[in-house]
Design a binder for this molecule. Structure first.
Ligand code: HEC
Ligand code: HEC
Length: 304
């Protein structure tokens, strides 16, 4: 066996201990060595430029330019370069930019905001936060509400009107929608008939004779027409629902599967009535915040 030949030729340091104990000499690869030198040079430059070494009770401050920034409470400070001051400076710039945007939002009309993509995007992103903090508890984070309790703001049916002005008024001053209960003033038969009439208005299945009797109650003894209008389309100054569309806010007709369940849903509202309160936000939110929310809600529901 020629084991001598197959042995790799390696360099040794040339020393021998205990007669035959030798030490290999494997030089470091050049790339490694240069990388190492580069890190040393980098570190030295870094020490000179940036805060680095502790000295006594203090530290070397570095040669970077000083940073001057203004805090949220308006105090101006100058300090040697450091990452904390850098962050405070960036926060100052963001605050100033936001203040600038808010000033624009205040000055522009809703239509002007809508025609400027950048302002519109700013208003929407700020509104999302405001909506999540103040409105989502009732109207849900997506704005789709809770049937019977909190109206859906995504559909284009508005109890109180869907223009910018009406929505702004709703949010600022709040609204109380009040549908009286009729179980004391109408018989169950009458409530049943008027409910058939209501269902027929949006194309639901209903008994023709009952619809006819119901119509008379609607515009006569029931007094329904006084609030919902003779055409039953609702009146937005009192938030009375439009009964002719397929959009329901209290009686869950669209969610009911059978004709009997739909009838039951309407009869319950007519029997028991319903009063719901949308709280006022004036005083709790600034005028600018209410304006931003108005812009957002208007567009959620394909405002008018
Ligand atoms: C405590 C629950 C609650 C909170 C919080 C709340 N709302 Fe309402 N909101 C209601 C109720 C209830 C109504 C329906 C009133 C009615 O029946 O007429 C309503 C109605 C509305 C309407 C009118 C919808 C229509 O069809 O005309 C708008 C717009 C609206 N809310 C926006 C908001 C915004 C924006 C916020 C957050 C600033 C908010 N709401 C917070 C309960 C709430
Ligand atoms: C004093 C005014 C008033 C009268 C009278 C009145 N309503 Fe209403 N009605 C309302 C208001 C306001 C609402 C919405 C309530 C709310 O949003 O909380 C409503 C809601 C309803 C709803 C629920 C609609 C939905 O989308 O879920 C039905 C159904 C209804 N009314 C039917 C009737 C019938 C039938 C009569 C007559 C027997 C009648 N109303 C009389 C004011 C009135």
């Amino acid at each position: 066996m020629s084991s001598e030949k197959s042995k790799p030729t390696v360099q040794t340091t040339g020393h021998a201990w205990d007669g035959d104990l030798q030490e290999f000499n494997n030089p470091l690869p050049t790339w490694w060595l240069w990388t190492f030198y580069a890190t040393v040079v980098f570190a030295i430059i870094y020490w000179v430029l940036y805060p680095a070494w502790p000295v006594g009770g203090s530290y070397t401050k570095g040669m970077m330019n000083d940073i001057t920034y203004t805090t949220a409470d308006g105090k101006t400070k100058t300090t040697h370069w450091n990452t904390r001051a850098l962050l405070l400076k960036e926060m100052q710039i963001a605050r100033e930019e936001q203040a600038e945007y808010l000033k624009d939002i205040n000055a522009l009309s809703f239509e002007q905001i809508r025609s400027k993509p950048e302002k519109s995007a700013f208003a929407n992103s700020m509104a999302k936060v405001l909506f999540a903090d103040n409105c989502a508890a009732c109207h849900q984070s997506g704005g789709d509400g809770v049937m019977g309790r909190y109206p859906n703001l995504l559909d284009d049916a508005w109890l109180w009107g869907g223009s910018f002005d009406k929505i702004q008024e709703t949010i600022a001053n709040g609204r109380t929608g009040s549908m009286p209960g009729f179980k004391a003033s109408l018989s169950t038969k009458q409530i049943s008939d008027v409910s058939d009439y209501v269902l027929s208005l949006s194309g639901n299945e209903a008994d023709a004779a009952a619809v006819k009797r119901g119509q008379a109650i609607f515009s006569g003894q029931g007094g329904c027409a006084a609030c919902h209008g003779a055409d039953a389309k609702g009146q937005d100054f009192m938030g009375s629902a439009n009964l002719t569309d397929k959009i329901w806010t209290i009686a869950d007709v669209s969610g009911a599967e059978t004709a009997a369940a739909k009838k039951e849903a309407v009869m319950n509202v007519v029997k028991n009535g319903k009063t719901r309160v949308m709280p006022a936000w004036k005083g709790r939110l600034s005028a600018t915040e209410i304006k931003i929310l108005t812009y957002y809600v208007h567009q959620l529901g394909g405002g008018k």
